[in-house]
Structure formats: C-alpha cells, structure tokens
Design a protein around this ligand. Sequence first.
Ligand SMILES: [Zn+2]
Length: 271
Amino acid sequence: MMSMLAAAVFLGAAAFSARWTWWRRKADGLPVLVYHKIGRAPAGSRLGELWVTPEKFRAQVAWLLGNGYTTLLFSDLLKAHKGEKNLPAHPVLITFDDGYENNYAEAYRILKELNARGNIFVVYNTIGKANLWHDPAAEPWINMAAPEMLREMLASGVIELGSHTMNHPDLEKISFEDAAWEIAESKKQLQDALGAGICAFAYPYGAGACNPALRESVFKAGYTFDFSFRQGKTPWPWQREAGPIDRLFIRGGDNNLDLYLQLTRGASRLF
Ligand SMILES: [Zn+2]
C-alpha cells in the first residue's frame, strides 16, 4: 500500500515537474512578455494558444503589479538604453504582436484600469483591416485596430507602438530588398501617420532575427531595438551585438505559475 502511494506521489511530482519547469536555474535579464489576442478563440481557430481571455490577462497584470513589477513603455526602455534613466527594480515589458482590435477593446481597457502599460507591434498595411496574412481556413480573419484606436491609445500614455512590418511576411522568404523595404517603410509610414517616434521592431514569426544582414537593415532604418520570438530573458544593459531582445510567450492555457516561472526562469515549459 505504502509503495503504491509513494509511486503515485513520485509520478505526480514528475508530471508536475515536466509541465512546470520550477527546477530550471533562475535567469537574469529583462523579461518581455509577448501576447497576441485578448479574447476567446473563434470557431475554426487553429491558433488557440495565441488567445488569452480578458479575465486571465487581467489576473496576470494584477499579479505583476501585486508582485512589485513595473510595466514599461518602449520610451522607458529607450531612456534606460541611453543611460538617461535606470530601470526599476523589477521591470517588465508587456508586448502584443500584430495590432488586433481586441488589444484596444480588451487589453488597453484592462491596462488603463489597473494603471499598467503595454506596447503593440502593428502591421502597417493591415491597420483598420484584418489579419490578411493568415489563411482564413486556419485562423479566421478578425478586425485589426483602426487608426483612431491607435491614436487614442498613444495619446493616453498607456500604450506605445512598434513596427511589425508592412504586410507581416516571413522576412527570410522574400528578397532582401523587399525585406529591407518592409522594415524601413513601416517605420516611416507609422511615424508619418501617428506623429510618434518608432524605436522598436519585431520580426514576424521571429524570422530573420538571427540574420545579421536583416538585423543590420533594422538598425539602418533607425530602430533602436529589435525583438525576436525566441524564448528567454535578455541581459540588461542590452548590447545590440549580442542579438535581438528575446521574449516570454504567454499562451492561452498559461496560469500565474507559468507567469512566475517565465519571469524568473525565462520559461515555464520544457517545449
Ligand atoms: Zn506577428
């Protein structure tokens, strides 16, 4: 009887340790969370893990604030990078990729309510349209934030924007000239349309983040920061030569233990 109980406890602990990697060494560096859509996945979505419910998102932001984290804007990071300001004791950047309307309707509302900050990487040619780069058979088209929503969020001081290209291509699957245009033109168009500086760039699908020539074109276009989709935390102060800024991918199924492990270990799962 005892041995069966011991075996059950052992199996339970092993299963827990495989799902939540508490045993990983603590990792230093800047944590940057990456979200996509705040809401419930529509029927037909094959990217369910990219949807985080508003209730869960709210609980995660409340957990961050309750545990002493300060949520930063890109401009805070820029000041710290230039040495004009120190980062707070427990900094965290909340980022969203793509620029969905639900970021305005849900994330912005929640961040404002909790007095937290966030940053959205937008795809210029899809503003006010839909996620046209997806095959609608795999991921239904939904609304992207409209220009007036982006302007309102910017003016509030709650949200800042970065670029996620013009059309969300895989930058390694198009010509170098086209990729460089996607990178530079989106910064220019966003700045012209919004009258705000754009210092941050995120590679669609993370593609190109390890390509020195593409990274060079990001900095040549005038961005200060490039963000990858690679899992992890990035040592701060950040050295551009060391590689792009890594991020912590928050999945729809994640709970606050995942969030804690992501922030402290740089990951909460084995894969
Ligand atoms: Zn994207």
